[in-house]
Design a protein around this ligand. Structure first.
Ligand code: ADE
Length: 246
């Protein structure tokens, strides 16, 4: 069973998200053990102080190093712990990083707050630092949940249908193709005929083509990086011709 420990000043943040849907089921079925730890319990002065004013002056508070160092020393397991700080200065989170992290059997996720960590936490612990995007949140709690959600769904067996993970957006760096379910017609909009044809080869080709079309329109940057084969290039030629003919 994979083990995920979260170190935070706001343990309550995690109650709802971890007790719903797939994350709840993954825990119940023994795929993941998730434990939330209160950073404040590692502060030993009378007022359990975890932050302090920055040397050099300026606005905001900085997380003190000692509670984090003690907590990490306590929660670290022999060898296998992969330590992650959630911070806007980290490497940008991507599906490829989720795939990398699911290989670790123990993640220790440390959530920042305020102006962030005392720099010596980085120097002493050499953590993996991850950002979930180029915007600043009030703390690392939501990023930790985003990361856990993306990682846990990749644990083999967690998703009922293995296929649904394999064909996702970003697995091969294309966006997903359009999906339809019943009814066949909604406010005059019909499901594309090919999906009703029962012809699996035509359906596969249509889906690949629409994934390429959507990626070209919405995320040309992803299309640049994608590994395209002969069929993909043929489909893109067809798409170009269709766009030209309106
Ligand atoms: N803490 C605050 N903002 C963050 C972000 N975008 N990613 C990770 N941790 C953060």
């Amino acid at each position: 069973m994979r083990q995920y420990d979260i170190l935070t000043l706001f343990p309550g943040f995690f109650q709802g998200p971890l007790s719903e849907s797939i994350l709840k089921r993954a825990q119940q079925r023994g795929f993941a053990q998730i434990t939330v730890h209160d950073l404040r319990s590692y502060a030993h002065d009378r007022h359990a102080i975890v932050d302090d004013r920055p040397y050099g002056g300026g606005a905001g508070m900085v997380l003190k190093p000692e509670p984090i160092l003690e907590a990490v020393a306590n929660l670290r397991l022999e060898q296998e712990t992969h330590l992650v700080l959630l911070t806007p200065q980290g490497r940008p989170f991507k599906q490829a990083i989720a795939q990398e992290l699911v290989e670790h059997h123990h993640l220790l996720l440390v959530c920042g707050r305020y102006e962030g960590f005392d720099e010596r936490v980085r120097a002493l612990l050499a953590p993996d630092e991850i950002s979930i995007g180029d915007y600043v949140l009030t703390g690392g709690e939501l990023p930790a949940l985003v990361l856990l959600d993306a990682v846990i769904r990749l644990i083999p067996g967690v998703l009922g249908d293995e296929e649904s993970a394999r064909y996702d957006s970003f697995v091969d760096t294309l966006l997903d193709f359009p999906h339809y379910t019943r009814p066949q017609s909604v406010k005059g909009l019909a499901v594309p005929d090919v999906l009703l044809s029962g012809d699996h080869e035509r359906i596969r080709r249509w889906r690949r083509k629409e994934a390429l079309r959507r990626t070209q329109v919405r995320r040309p940057d992803l299309l640049q990086q994608a590994e395209l084969d002969e069929e993909d290039r043929q489909l893109l030629t067809e798409i170009d011709a269709e766009e030209e003919n309106g």
